[in-house]
Ligand binder design. Structure first.
Ligand code: HEC
Length: 286
């Protein structure tokens, strides 16, 4: 199970031939500060980028293309009498709920200033910082005093036509003139410490990936329980862009990994190189 959890990273490492799975450094002491090689903002940036890739792929490749094939997506997708899949925001909320069930202390929230769902409206410091994000689209990293959590916020952009159309037309919308490219909201990520070890960083990435897999799988389980056969797409290797199909969870996650892994790996290695340079300098100055 442990192997499965870190498989994404291991495979990437093997691919470019530097380290095998077992090569991910074992920590001698989880609390040793010298092991804390990653700044929390860097790891939140990394996982937020994976989330962007996942979210865009799901919105365009599954929701956008799927709707054209007759697949339905609904707020109440988990109700027994609703034969539909999760909306992108609910997909994200599902991932967030799955992470919360894991032992990784990572928080994920999607908010906005003009939300469809009032409980997604930013409050306090996050509302102030969101105003900044709307003007420059730059991430905000800060310490949330009240919750005692390191917090990073990233712009959530209207990357695909379905984002704009669905929000503008929604019966509970608070804004009807969203345009493609608008900052529609922000994802807020939270973590309790300012730096992470390798193990913790990989834990964060895997908690996110496992969450994605769990939500996607529960969508496929919903489909299996659909009562009307004509509403069940064929599940396999193909995507809705080529017919009444849906990819399996493995195919979906694989596509995310292909798009995200290389970039994620680069970042992990870069941080490791910084550490090595620092160690060499420290040694030289001793
Ligand atoms: C088919 C409809 C639909 C599509 C497509 C869709 N959304 Fe949403 N979105 C919703 C609904 C409904 C909610 C509220 C869900 C809830 O109850 O939290 C929501 C929530 C959100 C929120 C949180 C604030 C709010 O409005 O409650 C943001 C931000 C957001 N969506 C952005 C996007 C972006 C960006 C995309 C495209 C990548 C997108 N949405 C695609 C329907 C949609």
């Amino acid at each position: 199970m442990n192997y499965l959890k870190i498989k994404g990273i291991c495979v990437s490492l093997v691919l470019i031939g530097i380290q095998s799975c077992g090569g991910v450094p074992e920590e001698t002491s989880a609390s040793s500060t010298s092991d804390k090689v990653f700044a929390v903002a860097d790891i939140m940036t990394l996982v937020a980028e994976e989330n962007d890739i996942t979210r865009t792929l799901y919105t365009k490749g599954i929701v956008g293309a799927g709707k054209k094939q007759g697949l339905k997506f609904d707020e109440d997708w988990q109700d027994d009498d609703v034969e539909a899949g999760p909306l992108p925001a609910l997909f994200l909320r599902g991932v967030s709920a799955d992470i919360r069930k894991s032992d990784v202390p990572l928080g994920l929230y999607l908010g906005s200033d003009f939300p469809i769902n009032a409980s997604n409206k930013f409050q306090g410091k996050q509302a102030d910082l969101f105003k900044k994000i709307k003007t420059d689209q730059k991430p905000q990293h800060f310490y949330e005093e009240d919750q005692k959590l390191y917090t990073s916020m990233f712009a959530d952009l209207a990357v695909a036509a379905p984002c704009v159309n669905c929000h503008n037309d929604h019966e509970s919308t608070t804004k009807t003139d969203w345009k493609l490219g608008d900052v529609m909201g922000a994802t807020t990520w939270q973590y309790p410490s300012d730096s992470l070890s390798y193990k913790e960083a990989i834990g964060v990435i895997n908690a996110y990936r496992n969450g994605t897999k769990a939500v996607y799988n529960s969508y496929l389980e919903e489909i299996a329980a659909f009562k009307i056969d004509s509403t069940k797409p064929t599940i396999g290797k193909a995507w809705p862009s080529s017919g009444f199909y849906l990819p399996t969870a493995e195919v979906f996650i694989d596509s995310v990994r292909k798009l995200a892994s290389y970039h994620s790996l680069e970042k992990l290695l870069l941080a490791d190189n910084h550490k090595k340079v620092k160690e060499t300098t420290d040694l030289a100055s001793n």
